[in-house]
Design a protein around this ligand. Structure first.
Ligand SMILES: *Cc1c(COP(=O)(O)O)cnc(C)c1O
Length: 236
């Protein structure tokens, strides 16, 4: 049995240690607890242990869970990040439900989100997903398109582009993943220098999961997305 409370405490210790190791403040790194296929009961336990930021991958699954969890804790400021692949036909629903969409990777998707947010009069925080290793079947824009894409996103008045997100190729060895984390950091630095990122507060770098978050923090992650190490394995 996995106990989110204890695992969360352990992850926070590890985040703080990795941040200290990199001469960064523990508060520099935010934990997004990934709850795809995790029950509402376990999420409630996580909230009761102080976790307030969650990540979900599927709009349909998230809808009921978000409503239940927010109504269970009417006084807490809980936020949900969308971290999955967002189909156009689910984009409006996602714009209503989520506080942050981490996986914006096409102008078409951005425009749907923007026009729906205009109707809702809601400013939506988004990240650009970068396919940093140019994997064939992975979502995200190639790094070299980032500048152009960020310029185009500037026209979306209801989207606040807060940073970049990536999911490098899977490896059991975080050292193999490190160069991709570094490349995303460097890309963000270039975009900041060109004035294309940083208009909405601190620039976020969402990278690192259960198996490699410490390496991601060493390379500049400001957000780590962790599921298994908190909630245990997922079975559909
Ligand atoms: C599932 C998922 C995670 C969490 O992965 P774990 O290995 O369970 O920590 C992080 N990011 C994305 C985009 C995911 O889909």
């Amino acid at each position: 049995m996995t106990i989110p409370r204890e695992n969360l405490a352990d992850i926070h210790r590890r985040i703080a240690a990795a941040a200290a190791q990199a001469d960064r403040l523990p508060g520099d790194v935010q934990l997004v607890a990934v709850t795809k296929l995790v029950s509402v009961e376990k999420i409630i336990e996580a909230v009761e242990s102080g976790q307030l930021v969650f990540g979900e991958n599927y709009v349909q699954e998230a809808q009921g869970k978000i409503i239940q969890i927010k109504s269970h804790f009417p006084d807490r400021k809980i936020s949900f990040h969308f971290i999955g692949r967002l189909q156009s036909n689910k984009a409006k629903k996602a714009a209503e439900l989520f506080d942050v969409i981490e996986t914006v990777d096409s102008l078409k998707l951005a425009k749907i989100l923007d026009s729906h947010c205009r109707r809702l009069q809601k400013k939506l925080s988004v990240f650009v997903q970068v396919n940093i290793a140019r994997e064939k079947r992975k979502a995200g824009i190639p790094a070299e398109d980032c500048e152009n894409f960020l310029e185009q996103l500037g026209e979306c008045q209801f989207l606040k582009v807060k940073g970049l997100m990536t999911m490098p190729p899977f490896s059991n060895d975080p050292e193999e993943t490190r160069p991709f984390f570094r490349q995303l950091s460097q890309l963000a630095g270039k975009m900041i220098a060109k004035g294309l990122l940083g208009q909405h507060g601190r620039v976020e770098l969402s990278m690192g999961m259960s198996g490699d978050f410490e390496t991601a923090i060493a390379e500049g992650a400001t957000m780590v997305r962790i599921g298994t190490a908190i909630f245990g394995g997922r079975n559909r």
